[in-house]
Design a protein around this ligand. Structure first.
Ligand code: PEP
Ligand code: MN
Length: 338
């Protein structure tokens, strides 16, 4: 349930409503805008409460029931597009934000080479996994703390923002110390204890779509992160599992306009994990840009053939440079920039 306050309602009136919501035993999350304030009433049984209880309070304009199962991620809670701002970079603004780097951090030289390439081509964010959620327990699991230190070094040398995945609740404080954005991988989209721990860290989050998750489930997962974490959530479409295995996953380009209609959160696209093959990555990246993605996250590697993970889908630096040139043209064609 959403309580919409009158334009310019005073803090005292807002506090009065918040108090009433709490008295009734509900969770409350106000969204204080420049002109308008809305207050979300959160709980499993808000449907049983008569809206009149709030409608009669001073300063209340109207009370709306949110019909969708996701609340804080919905446009009912905030109809203004969220822009996640990190060190001067805006995700969800007019620019298409470029994030790139290796699947996994493998060495200091490798991550520095990638970082310099991303910087040179006008990218803003460096990706690289230090903790890797691998399907096989025998596959390379990441350099962990050492990898985080290499990422921090690359950030220091280039000024890029760093995003890296956190795979367990225990590692949230450690990863938070070294990176700017915590990534929640597709395999963990519904790991609710991890989502809760990440929300508590107050760090910006990149939430990948689970590969068997509906958009509704994805937005409900985002609600876990939005509880008490401002609006620092970026959604990432990375392909879903379908009957066809010609590509690793099937990129759901349609998710971009759907998410934009249903939610205020920015949505970026990972064409690399969807494609699973470097040949298809540029086409998917171009399609995602044309469809309105707020950014791209792309795997690159100085020597893809010898990569310790996801080499088959990693772009060489020269392919990446060519792609950035193409993305720039597409972005401009739709009134955006990179
Ligand atoms: C990754 O970004 O390297 C990764 C493992 O992605 P996903 O969770 O989308 O599979
Ligand atoms: Mn990968």
């Amino acid at each position: 349930m959403i309580i919409e306050m009158e334009k310019g309602a005073s803090q005292k009136l807002i506090d009065g409503v918040v108090r009433k919501v709490r008295e009734l035993g509900f969770d409350v999350q106000p969204n204080i805008g420049e002109k308008e304030t809305v207050i979300a009433v959160l709980g499993s049984n808000t449907g049983e409460v008569d809206t009149q209880i709030f409608e009669t309070l001073p300063g209340v304009k109207k009370v709306i029931r949110i019909m969708s199962p996701y609340k804080l991620a919905s446009r009912d809670f905030s109809n203004k597009k969220t822009i996640v701002k990190i060190n001067g970079v805006e995700i969800g603004g007019s620019n298409v934000v470029i994030m790139a780097g290796p699947c996994a951090v493998e060495s200091e030289e490798q991550i520095l080479a990638c970082a310099k390439e991303v910087k040179k081509l006008g990218g803003q964010i460096l990706r690289g996994g230090a903790f890797k959620p691998r399907t096989s327990p025998f596959a390379f699991q990441g350099l962990k703390l050492e990898g985080l230190k290499f990422l921090a070094k690359a950030r220091k040398e280039t000024g890029l923002i760093v995003v890296s995945e956190v795979v367990s609740v225990n590692d949230v404080p450690l990863v938070s110390e070294f990176v700017d954005i915590l990534q929640i991988g597709a395999r963990n989209m519904q790991n609710y204890s991890l989502l809760t721990a990440v929300a508590e860290s107050k760090k910006p989050v990149l939430l990948k779509r689970g590969f068997a998750a509906t958009i509704e489930e994805w937005l409900m997962a985002a609600d876990y992160l939005l509880r008490g974490n401002g609006f620092n959530v970026i959604l990432c479409e990375r392909g879903v599992r379908t009957f066809d295995n010609s590509t690793r996953f099937t990129l759901d380009v349609g998710a971009i306009p759907v998410v934009k209609r249903l939610s205020h959160l920015p949505i970026i696209v990972d064409p690399s994990h969807a494609a699973g093959n470097f040949r298809y990555v540029p086409v998917l990246a171009r399609a995602a840009t044309a469809a309105g993605a707020d950014g791209l996250i792309i795997e690159i590697h100085p020597d893809p053939q010898n990569a310790l993970s996801d080499g088959a889908q990693s772009l060489t630096f020269s392919d990446f440079a060519r792609l950035i040139g193409e993305i720039r043209i597409i972005a401009e064609a739709i009134g955006r920039k990179i």
